[in-house]
Ligand binder design. Structure first.
Ligand code: ATP
Length: 242
């Protein structure tokens, strides 16, 4: 579903941020992208969502290559940014949630509102500036899921979420997997979703240090600045987070 071949990227005028990264994410998989601050996680996710194009190498998402025909990668991929304030456009919860929906599509509007309510956002008239950081993050997640994207790319989705919301987030991820959606989650903390992911990409200073299934990756995590889940022990399955 997602394939990178020798992917490199540099912001204009800057040094390489990603260098010769190659990997595959299987359709319907849930892949964790982890690594220390500044290793390139958010940049890689932005490339997957078509916000940028590789400066060298290729990235293919849903069969659409990047660099490639304009905007192809963007179709069918939803990205939830790390900073909700860079994503929210509407003035109220409802306005942001329904932005871009056909005005008379009551069914989709109802579904979007139900999704927001699942995440604890039932005050649709609330101005967005009155929401807490966690609530703004939930609004972005609801808006991203609203159109049923084939690929969902989430940057630090658990950051700032309280315990019930983290459980709800986990339930959403599990439901997405059940529905066959491909998911990529960037995080510096694997704890809240370690038992849900089936593959990992570990970045270190812009390079792919390690990739593969949990049993191959977790024993090496600490070496790359990432703490394994507290209840995990080598040779054992990752215990369910609850
Ligand atoms: N818009 C930008 N312009 C120039 N450089 C940038 C930009 N965004 C990120 N960078 C640089 O790219 C590198 C990777 O940043 P990125 O945000 O992708 O890392 P990250 O792994 O997501 O970090 P964190 O865990 O802190 O969120 C960093 O050196 C950062 O300074």
């Amino acid at each position: 579903m997602i394939r990178a071949r020798d992917l490199s990227f540099a912001y204009p005028g800057g040094p390489p941020v990603l260098e010769a990264v190659s990997f595959e994410v299987a359709a319907g998989g849930l892949c964790g992208v982890v690594g220390a601050n500044g290793c390139g996680k958010s940049t890689l996710l932005a490339l997957m969502a078509g916000l940028f194009e590789p400066t060298a190498g290729t990235l293919t998402v849903r069969g659409e290559p990047s660099p490639g025909r304009g905007g192809g990668v963007r179709d069918g991929v939803a990205l939830v940014l790390q900073d909700p304030d860079q994503q929210i456009i509407g003035a109220t919860v409802e306005e942001d949630l329904l932005l871009g929906l056909p005005p008379r599509d009551a069914r989709r509007a109802d579904e979007a509102c139900a999704l927001a309510a699942r995440l604890g956002l039932s005050e649709l008239a609330a101005p967005v500036q009155t929401l807490s950081l966690g609530q703004r993050r939930k609004l972005c997640i609801a808006t991203a899921l609203r159109d049923g994207p084939e690929v969902l790319v989430l940057d630090e989705p658990f950051a700032g979420l309280d315990y019930p919301s983290a459980l709800e987030m986990r339930a959403l991820l599990a439901a997405n997997r059940q529905a066959g959606r491909t998911q990529v989650i960037a995080s510096h903390d694997v704890e809240p979703f370690a038992d849900l992911a089936d593959a990992w990409l570990v970045l270190a200073r812009g390079r792919l240090a390690l990739g593969g299934p949990t049993e191959a990756v977790f024993p090496e995590l600490r070496r790359h600045g990432v703490r394994p889940p507290s209840a995990w022990r080598p040779g054992l399955e990752v215990p369910r987070w609850e």
